[in-house]
Design a protein. Structure first.
Length: 86
């Protein structure tokens, strides 16, 4: 099982997870938060569903632990804006 020990590869790092509104992307975002990531940016096209992933991370790991961003990864400028926003 995951821990938030300093030996985690994502401990105290910023993680960007695309497709975080559901499925594998959501599981990855939740795992990174559980593993001690300093910050998880959840990105997807599905804003309302994505907000639920963000809310779950906030409830389990703290309000400042995650942010969500509605991003179309096929649009280069949206990706650049997302990364610069982190």
């Amino acid at each position: 099982m995951a821990s938030s020990s300093p030996s985690s590869r994502v401990a105290n790092k910023v993680c960007i997870v695309t497709g975080a509104s559901s499925g594998i992307g959501r599981a990855i975002a939740l795992r990174f938060a559980r593993e001690g990531a300093a910050y998880v940016l959840c990105a997807d096209l599905q804003g309302k569903i994505l907000a639920a992933t963000h809310e779950l991370i906030a409830q389990q790991h703290g309000a400042g632990k995650a942010k969500f961003s509605k991003v179309d990864v096929t649009v280069e400028q949206e990706v650049k804006n997302m990364v610069q926003g982190v």
